[in-house]
Design a protein around this ligand. Structure first.
Ligand code: BGC
Length: 788
């Protein structure tokens, strides 16, 4: 062969394949899949951020990558990304947490300056607004911020159910009720995705505890599974198609969720019609082949073993390339939608000022007024305030772990009150600053991290006589603080329950100020439910502020001063005591040990489960979670689900229910009979006809909130409920069933405060059969017997 021919052949070999490479467009997905090597496909299904995530440099990780794969340059500390393939026009998907605002580093490598994100109220606070329009607006703002920073998918919302008050991540989640959680998630996902930014609804599914979160087997019947734990996900998928779903760490009735085709394909895709991708929760290494086969499209944050595993298993015939292609196809479909693919350049300058104002507005609507004896609130004739409790001076914006946000600031209650024009006792201010400085100094040598946050500063012991002798304000405000976060569940002593110092502080301050003819307000800046029954009689008012994001102190000041009238209501039950919850006996409340960073984290090299004695959780309570239990069995509570006071008062009238094409439409008129303007969240519960399947005495089926009603003003609220939404899951038939008969539609200010009702008659029973999947391998009651 002549030298010239050699060169021509070589050139052809180099150029022809290049010229033939298709570029990714909506019309070339199949061609691109055909053009990809098996290694390229496998690498696309495995995230690209392991090294960076663990503080190492990306180069330090011995990846054996296809030469064509391009690593995303993670300069702003995003949670994860996929690989890009420039020669095929495939761009990376850039993902960042989380539910209360974006979690990015403050400094971005190679750029001057500091880049902050807005800390919004946590999920529980958002849901407590019962205002889906507001939550939608937060979603829009979060989407705008993500776009401005070049993030394609926000790893939010968190939407697991509050099965038990001690779950360490409840603050990220909405409610103990699936309908409320589902509606909130729909609003949030709709808002974020309106900005062409994707969401990752998480953690799918039954991720109800943090103890041994990466290996725990959650054992439950399919009725509780479908009616409670999957319901909110079903709603959000059917209504707004989140771009991604994040599969949880735990197992359900045996298999890991990430390896379970029944969950990820049969239910999620075949039954609900999910069109996006499933991404695994971070760092749990599973059987990658099984994940791909199950429809877990993306392994995050990814490491080379997973990529090699896919390749090896396809080569050995253990995994079909068609399964790999199905995941690749879905990943490409998501890539096509991203702003990165569409070439939108990050501006790095979101409107943080407007977002802070929105955060404050939503925060002031998410607080729940639990007590207001003698109408002590809003504060009247108050110029000076005596401020007690560490947390008054260091307000907690949100929880720890991946739900944390690097905001520019958090307004403390002290600053919020002073901004509202109140004067504070300087003696107390000095005392608390000295105490907090001293406590900081004590812990300087300790090192804390995102999954190992600093424990709370213990409350300062104040001598009773000193409190009596130092009253200078017109009113006393005490803040009680609690924080929590992923990897650890909360505990009963000194967390669910007050500490001895906190209890003493409330007692002594109330005694002293009441003796002086002055009032006491307790503000709860907490991440979850705490015990209130033992001390709630002492103060005059209790404002459950939750965690309110960066504008917390301002929002509380708005509520205390009356600038805003509280209109939040509880999205979960406050029991008299922890063990009143039936799930308590099957929750690792007494587990003492390391946090659940997880036994399967490859970077630790650990083989054995860290948490040996907590390997499964029986959901013995079945459907009787939260108010479904308390109201059905007539158990007293401290504050019921749906409860929340207002500075106004509301009368309900003219309840009506009309049969519609697929269920009923209900209306009720709400009138503000109070002295000030306010909003009211009305809850629609339904009691089913007796005789059929056992059901809770009432279940939330819809809700609506009025606009700001002036004194004397009325509004008619309407609600649509379909027959499918009335259905319960019949395990024996593996079908959703709505019984025929007479239903009662109840309009309530809370689950225990039903103001009026109307009948609804369904003449024909309805049934929707579904696949018989995910059943526990043994009957739940047999398992229960074995553990007794
Ligand atoms: C959390 C997820 C989070 C992910 C990425 C995991 O530890 O469980 O909720 O999105 O980390 O930060």
């Amino acid at each position: 062969m002549s030298r010239c021919l050699h060169i021509t052949i070589l050139l052809l070999a180099l150029t022809v394949p290049c010229l033939a490479q298709p570029k990714l467009t909506p019309g070339t997905v199949e061609e691109v899949i055909k053009a990809m090597t098996l290694e390229e496909k496998a690498t696309l299904l495995v995230g690209a951020n392991q090294g960076v995530l663990y503080g190492g440099s990306a180069e330090a990780i011995p990846y054996e990558l296809p030469a064509s794969a391009q690593m995303y340059d993670n300069r702003m500390g995003v949670g994860g990304s996929t690989y890009g393939y420039p020669h095929l026009g495939i761009t990376p998907i850039v993902m960042a947490d989380g539910p209360a605002g974006l979690r990015l580093s403050v400094t971005h490598i190679g750029k001057e300056g500091e880049y902050y994100c807005t800390a919004y109220p946590v999920g529980t606070t958002l849901a407590s607004t019962w205002n889906t329009d507001l939550v939608h607006r937060i979603g829009v703002a979060m989407g705008e911020e993500a776009r401005a920073y070049g993030v394609d998918v926000i790893l939010a919302p968190g939407m697991n159910l509050h099965r038990n008050p001690l779950c360490g991540r409840n603050f990220e989640y909405y409610s103990e009720d699936p309908l409320l959680a589902g509606r909130m998630a729909i609003a949030m996902v709709g808002g974020i995705q309106s900005q062409n930014v994707g969401t990752s609804v998480k953690h799918f599914a039954v991720n109800s505890q943090e103890t041994n979160r990466k290996d725990n087997d959650d054992i439950l019947g399919t009725r509780a599974l479908r009616e409670l734990y999957l319901k909110a996900f079903e709603m959000v998928v059917k209504e707004v198609q989140p771009w991604t779903v994040m599969s949880s760490y735990n197992r359900i009735n045996g298999p890991y969720t990430q390896e379970d085709p029944s969950l990820l394909t049969t239910i999620l895709r075949d039954e609900w019609g999910f069109e996006g991708i499933v991404i695994s929760d971070w760092t749990a290494k599973r059987n990658t082949g099984a994940q791909v086969h199950a429809g877990n499209d993306l392994m995050m944050p990814g490491n080379r073993d997973q990529m090699q595993d896919i390749v090896r298993k396809v080569r050995s015939g253990e995994l079909s390339e068609a399964d790999v292609d199905a995941c690749v196809r879905r990943v490409l479909q998501v890539i096509l939608k991203t702003n990165t693919f569409l070439g939108l350049k990050p501006t790095d300058s979101p409107d943080l000022k407007a977002h802070a104002a929105l955060s404050r507005e939503v925060a002031s609507e998410g607080m729940v007024l639990l007590k207001n004896e003698g109408r002590v609130l809003p504060l009247k004739d108050v110029e000076t305030v005596d401020l007690y409790g560490n947390t008054s001076y260091r307000f907690i914006a949100g929880g720890t772990g991946s739900g944390r946000v690097n905001a520019a600031y958090t307004v403390s209650l002290k600053d919020g009150l002073s901004g509202a024009g109140y004067k504070m006792d300087s003696h107390l201010d000095h005392l608390y600053s000295a105490w907090l400085d001293y406590q900081d100094a004590l812990r300087e040598k300790d090192s804390f991290s995102i999954l190992n946050p600093a424990p709370p500063v213990p409350e300062m012991p104040l001598e009773r006589e000193k409190i009596f002798g130092n009253i200078s304000g017109d009113v006393a405000i005490i803040t009680i603080g609690r924080n929590a976060g992923e990897a650890t569940d909360r505990k009963i002593p000194s967390d669910f329950d007050l500490t001895a110092e906190e209890s003493q502080l409330i007692r002594d301050v109330c005694d002293a100020y009441h003796a002086a003819g002055k009032k006491v307000v307790v503000v709860l800046n907490v991440s979850g439910v705490i015990e209130t029954a033992s001390w709630k009689a002492w103060p005059d008012a209790i404002l459950l502020a939750w965690q309110l994001g960066q504008e917390g102190g301002n929002a509380v000041a708005d509520a205390l001063s009356g600038k805003v009238n509280p209109s939040g209501k509880l999205t979960m039950t406050f029991p008299l005591q922890y063990f009143d919850h039936p799930s308590s006996y099957n929750f690792p409340f007494n587990y003492v040990g390391p946090p659940s960073f997880g036994p399967t984290m490859s970077v630790t090299g650990r083989k054995e489960p860290l948490v040996k004695d907590v390997d499964y959780t029986l959901y013995e309570e079945g459907i009787y979670v939260g108010y479904r239990y308390f109201s059905s069995f007539g158990k007293d509570v401290s504050y019921p689900f749906g409860f929340g006071l207002s500075y106004a008062a509301f009368a309900y009238s003219r309840p009506s229910v009309k049969v519609s094409a697929d269920g009923f439409t209900a209306t009720v008129s709400v009138t503000n009979t109070g002295p000030v303007a306010g909003k009211e969240a009305v809850q629609l519960y339904v009691s089913a006809p007796s005789g059929g399947m056992e059901k809770p005495s009432r279940e939330l089926k819809s809700f609506a909130k009025t606009r700001l009603l002036q004194p004397g003003e009325s509004e008619t609220l309407s609600f649509c409920v379909s027959a499918y939404e009335l259905a319960s899951f019949n395990e024996a038939a593996s079908a959703w069933e709505t019984a025929a008969g007479q239903y009662r539609v109840l309009f309530g200010a809370s689950v225990e405060d039903i103001r009026c009702n109307a009948p609804y008659k369904l003449t024909r029973a309805l049934s929707w059969p579904v696949h018989r999947v995910m059943e526990p391998s043994q009957k739940l009651d047999e398992l229960t017997q074995q553990t007794k």
